[in-house]
Ligand binder design. Structure first.
Ligand code: NI
Length: 204
């Protein structure tokens, strides 16, 4: 049985910190990753980095689902990936703008420009050293998650004007989450653990 972790809301000191290297594919690391994956599914996200669940280690889980023939994502297909100590080894000069969101700023979306193709070296769940190329959504997601390991949130990658607007919006969203809860379990430093939204409020 997996543990669902509460997800930290921005701002939180662990979200802004540089995470420590993980010791490798140890039983404890794999247990953390399994729990992170359960948390990712609970929160209906595509990527989660360990600092978001108050673990300051270089661990990431993603699940982009499958791709339908029309090119849209099919999230009923499960395609989980575990990344232990991921690092970007190469990034394309070509960039692409994609709309991003983050489980630590739920409800906030914004366009972020990033390299459109990256190569990532990491240790997989079997302890093997892997180097893999990512493009499209996968490239944006893994860059977003690796940023978390360095204490960087997607809003910091936005232009200043867009970031100022986004942070004003986030301040309002955050107040509502602190008052009403979120669709998944969140942890806010001021209030302690916020219980999951009730069935009734979740339908809104
Ligand atoms: Ni995020």
């Amino acid at each position: 049985m997996s543990t669902i972790y509460p997800i930290l809301l921005q701002p939180h000191k662990v979200l802004s910190a540089v995470s420590e290297p993980a010791p490798g594919a140890t039983p404890q690391v794999l247990e953390t990753l399994e729990n992170m994956l359960a948390t990712l599914y609970r929160a209906d996200g595509v990527g989660l980095a360990a600092p978001q669940v108050n673990v300051s280690q270089r661990l990431v889980v993603t699940d982009l689902g499958g791709e339908r023939p029309d090119g849209k994502r099919d999230y009923s297909v499960k395609a989980p990936k575990f990344f232990i100590n991921p690092t970007i080894t190469w990034a394309s000069d070509e960039t692409r703008s994609l709309q991003e969101g983050c489980l630590s700023l739920p409800g906030l979306w914004g366009d972020v420009v990033r390299p459109s193709v990256v190569r990532v070296a990491y240790t997989d769940r079997d302890g093997a050293a892997v180097e893999e190329e990512f493009s499209g959504l996968g490239a944006a997601v893994i860059q977003h998650e690796i940023d978390h390991l360095d204490g960087v949130l997607f809003t910091q990658r936005m232009t200043k004007l867009r970031r100022d607007i986004a942070m004003g919006k986030w301040a309002r969203l955050r107040r509502n989450i602190l008052a009403d809860g979120a669709d998944f379990d969140v942890f806010a430093a001021e209030t302690g653990v916020i219980k999951a939204a009730t069935e009734q409020s979740r339908k809104r």
